[in-house]
Ligand binder design. Sequence first.
Ligand code: NOJ
Length: 591
Amino acid sequence: MKPKFTKTTSLGLLFLLACLSSKPIMAQEKNAPIERKWWKEAVVYQIYPRSYKDTDGDGVGDLKGIISKLDYIKSLGIDVVWLNPIYGSPNADNGYDISDYQSIMKEFGTMEDFDALLKGMHERGLKLVMDLVVNHSSDEHKWFEESRKSKDNPYRDYYHWWPAEKGKPAFRPGAFEADGSGWRYDKTTNSYYLHYFNYKQPDLNWENPKLRQEIYAMMNWWLKKGVDGFRMDVIPFISKDTTFPVITQEDLNKNYEERWDVYMASGPHLHEYLQEMNKEVLSKYDVMSLAEGAGMIKSTALNFVDADRKELNMGYHFDGVNLGYVPGYFKKMSPDWSLVEFKKIYSDWDAVYDKKGWGTIYLGNHDQPRMTSRWGNDSPEFREQSSKMLTTFLLSMRGTPYYYNGDEIGMVNAKFDKIDDYRDIETIAEYEKLKIAGGDLKQFIEDQKTGGARDNGRTPFQWNNTTNGGFTNAEPWLKVNKNYKTLNAAAQEKDPNSVLNYFRKMVKLRKNNPVLIYGKYTLLDKDNPNVYAYTRELDNKKMLVLLNFTSKNATVKTKINTTKAKVLITNYSKPAKTTTLRPYEAIIIEL
Ligand code: NOJ
C-alpha cells in the first residue's frame, strides 16, 4: 500500500514542537553562493565487490556479478558507485594490500570485465569511483620485493626503513597486529620497515619524488581509462617525519587531541603532496576525490577540501562512527550512547563547511557494523522503521551521502558466535591481542555483535530467498546472514512500502529538492535526547526533518506552526497527528 501522505498533505492542526535556532540565516546561498558541482549533488552507493554477487561459483563476488546487477543499481536512483579495491592483491586485508595497481584481482575477474563494467555504468549514466590505496602497498608488490633485497636497491627508498644498527625505532602503531607495533624486523638487510596497518601492508615513502611520480602516472592511467574519481584510503597518513622521533604521551596530549591517528595525519608535507597530486592528476579531469579522513579533525579539515587550496573535493570524518564506544575495549558499543552528542557531532561538522569546502555524510561502510544494528534497532519489530529513519537522516543532511550496499534493504549485523566465523584481519588481530593479555574472549565475541567487527557489514548481499541469499551457489567466503530468507531484495521489490522502496523515494526526494542538498542546516531542540530535528533552507524553501531515534514515543519541544505544511515523506503510513513521534518515526515536512 502506498503511504497516503505525499506532497500535498496538510498537517492541519499538527504543531510539531521544535526549537528554532536564534542564529540569523547566514545562508551561504545569500552571501557567498555555494558552487554547484555534480559531485555535491550525487548520491554515492558503495559496493563491496567481494560480497555483492558471485557469478563464477568460487564463493567470492566478482565484476561480472556487479555487471549482472547494473539495472538494479540504476533503479536505486543513485549517481555514483564507489568500488572497494579491485586491484591485484594477496588479500591480507581484502584488497587494501595491493600487489599490482594496474591489474584486476584474479578472484574478481579480468581487465576486460572491468572495461565492460565501466562501459555498462557509463551507458546508464552512472559514474565509477575507484578506491585508491597509496599510503601502503602489499609486501608482495614488486616495489617492496625489490626494496627489501638490499640497502642499495633502486626501490629501497620506496618504503620506510630503519637500520637495526641504530637500535629499535620509536614506537609507531600497527593497526592489524597482535603486538600493536607498526615496525617489522626484516632479516635480509637487518632493518625494520614501517607499516601503519598489517606487516603485509608496508607504508610507501611519499617523501621520495620518484614514488610520487609512479603513483600519479598510475592515477592518470585509470582516469584516462575513464574512471570518475578516487576514494583515497587513509590519505592523511601519507607524509611522515622520516626522522621518526619518539612521540611521548605528553606530545599526544598536547598536540594531537590524545590521538595517534591525528599525529599520523599531521605529516610535514601532506598538503604539499596533495597539491602536487591535484596539479599532476586531478586538475586535468572533471572527477571527484574523497579523502578517507582518518585523523582528520574539525580544525584542520578545511585544509583538505577548501577549493582555493586545490587539493581534494571532500573527506569523511570518523567522529560520528567513533561515538559510543566504551573506552578500554575494542569497539564495544555502549547501549547508552547519547543522541545529544551525536547531533552535536554532525552539526559541528556541518558548520566546518558552512562557508567553504564540502562535507559528506555516512553511517555505514565496509569498516563499520550495519547502521541499523548500531544506530537503529535490528529487532524484528523495529528493523524496518529504524532503517528507514536512518536513510531519511542520510539523505536529508548537507554533504554528499555515501550509502553502503545492503543498507538499502536494511541488512543487519551477522552477530557471529565464534571467532572462526570471522574473516577480518582486524577482528582476528584484536582477538589474538586479548588472548595474549588473558582477557575475556567470550565477552569480546558478544561485544562484536553490536559493536565494531567489520565483517558484520561485509556479509554477502541478500538478493533473494534461495541458497545463500542468491549470492553464490558455492560456499560463500563469509557466511550469509541467517535472516536472508525473509530479508532480501526480491521480497522488497514487490512491496511498495519496503525499506528498499523507501530508499528509492528518499533518493528521489533529495534529487528533486536542491534545498536538501545545498540548503542551510539548522539544528533544533538540541538537548532533546530522543529526537533529531533540523531545518534545511534555500531560496525561500524550508524543510523540517524530524527523526525519533528511540523505540518509544518521543516529543519535540518548541512549536513550529506547520498549519500550511506539506508532508513530503514519512516512514509510517499516516504522519504524526500530535507533537509526539512514534518509535523511529521519520518525517520531512515542507514549511
Ligand atoms: C581503511 C580501509 O577502509 C580499511 O578497510 C583498511 O583496512 C585500512 N584503511 C587499511 O588500508
